[in-house]
Structure formats: C-alpha cells, structure tokens
Design a protein around this ligand. Structure first.
Ligand SMILES: C[S@@+](CC[C@H](N)C(=O)[O-])C[C@H]1O[C@@H](n2cnc3c(N)ncnc32)[C@H](O)[C@@H]1O
Length: 220
C-alpha cells in the first residue's frame, strides 16, 4: 500500500487475524512508509495532548524515574516523556518502526527497542514507574486484547502509573470494526487487574467527523 486505502487495509488486517497472526502485519505499515516517518498513516506526528496535560499537572517528579512506551510507533510520545525528565524505554514489535524512530531522533535519550509486549524481557516486569499505552490494544483482536492488558499491568512498578489512550465505543457496538475501539467494560478490566482508576476522560477528538476516545490514568 503506497497510498492509504482503508478497504485494503482492513482486508489485510483481517487476513492476518484469520490465520491467528495478529501482530504479523504491523511492520508492513511502517515499511510502506519507505523510510519517511511522516508517511505512516496513523502517526499524529505530535505527542498526545492528554499525555502532555498529565505530565504538566502530575504531582510525581520524573527525575530518576522510568517510563516505558508500548507500541511506540514513530516516537512522539516517547520523546515527550523523555523531555519531561523520565528515563524512557520505547518499544515496538515492528523493526521498521524502531528504525524510523532512531533515524528521526538521532540524538535521543530514549532507548528505542524492538520487543514484543507478549514476550518482553523478564527484567521489565513490575519495573516501570510510568507505563504508557496509546492505540495498541485497539488494533488487536479477541483474546490478544486481554493478554495485552495483562502484560501492560505487569510492567507497572509498585505505586507506578499506567496511562491508557485509545479510541472508544459503546458496549456491544461496532464489534466488527478495525481498529476495534475499547468499551468501558474493557477499560474497567484494568481495575479488575488490581489497579486504581485515578482519572477517566471520555472525549471526542478534533477529526472531522470527531472520533470518540478515552484517556485514563491508573495507579498500582
Ligand atoms: C496503531 S499503532 C499506534 C502507534 C503509536 N502508539 C501511536 O499512537 O501513534 C499500534 C502500534 O503497536 C505496535 N504493536 C502491536 N502489537 C505489539 C506487540 N505485541 N508488541 C509491541 N508492539 C506492538 C504496532 O507495531 C504499532 O506500532
């Protein structure tokens, strides 16, 4: 796909999901960008404003604390966490996404790595003060969404935070969508995993037409 074609995109994603290879297609999207991070169709090319707001209003001091960015894409949110003062690890299952990040930010302090959320290095367990997830669960199907949630929770250090940003939908609606937004019950899954919900925002973004989203902050 050189030009983004939503019908071809959904067909391609479905074909991977039908053969139970839910993560096999991500690198295709980044390779189609031909080395230009601006050509990745889902990249906003700016940090999430809700992350920035949390960073500016959060009482926790980033100095000496760690953050991990899951499915970091082309790196905007990882760089924002790093600029705020966190020691940041950012990973993606796509080697091409990580190559784009390293080329885009040659002088970065972020440690960009190829890694799989479902098989991350064992020393990462319970080790990050901030775990940041933006739009990864929604591109996964069925049981992989629950596995992703559990893996995200398992990365959070004691008294650490987990920030979740995603598209949203009403319970029972849009069930065949790709991406499949999260509903409130899926979000409540983070609380069922033992985290405390510190804040929860439901909002429409600035696209035309607007797309409903959630931004939630949890604490272990
Ligand atoms: C929709 S993109 C969002 C990228 C970025 N977070 C953003 O908001 O622009 C989802 C990202 O998750 C990555 N991803 C999907 N499954 C993953 C896994 N199991 N481990 C690590 N990264 C994964 C994909 O390669 C992709 O970069």
């Amino acid at each position: 796909m050189s030009e983004f074609d939503p019908v071809a995109y959904r067909k391609m994603v479905r074909s991977y999901q039908q053969r139970d290879d839910p993560t096999g297609w991500f690198d295709n999207i980044y390779r189609d960008a031909n080395g230009d991070h601006r050509a990745v169709f889902w990249a906003d090319l700016e940090p999430n404003p809700y992350l920035i707001e949390w960073l500016t209003s959060s009482p926790s001091d980033p100095a000496g604390h760690t953050a991990v960015v899951i499915g970091c894409g082309v790196g905007d949110d990882a760089e924002a966490l790093s600029e705020a003062g966190y020691e940041v690890t950012a990973f993606d299952i796509s080697p091409e996404a990580i190559r784009l990040c390293r080329n885009r930010y040659p002088d970065t302090r972020v440690d960009y790595l190829v890694a799989d959320l479902f098989d991350y290095p064992s020393e990462w367990a319970s080790s990050f003060d901030v775990v940041y997830e933006c739009n990864t669960i929604q591109v996964l199907p069925g049981k992989y969404r629950v596995m992703a949630r559990d893996a995200m929770v398992s990365l959070v250090a004691p008294i650490g935070h987990l920030l979740v940003s995603c598209r949203s939908r009403a319970v029972g609606e849009q069930e065949d969508d790709i991406p499949l937004p999260l509903d409130r019950d899926e979000m409540n899954g983070f609380v069922r995993c033992g985290l405390t919900e510190m804040s929860f925002e439901a909002y429409d973004d600035t696209q035309d037409p607007p797309v409903p989203h959630f931004f939630a902050v949890y604490r272990k």
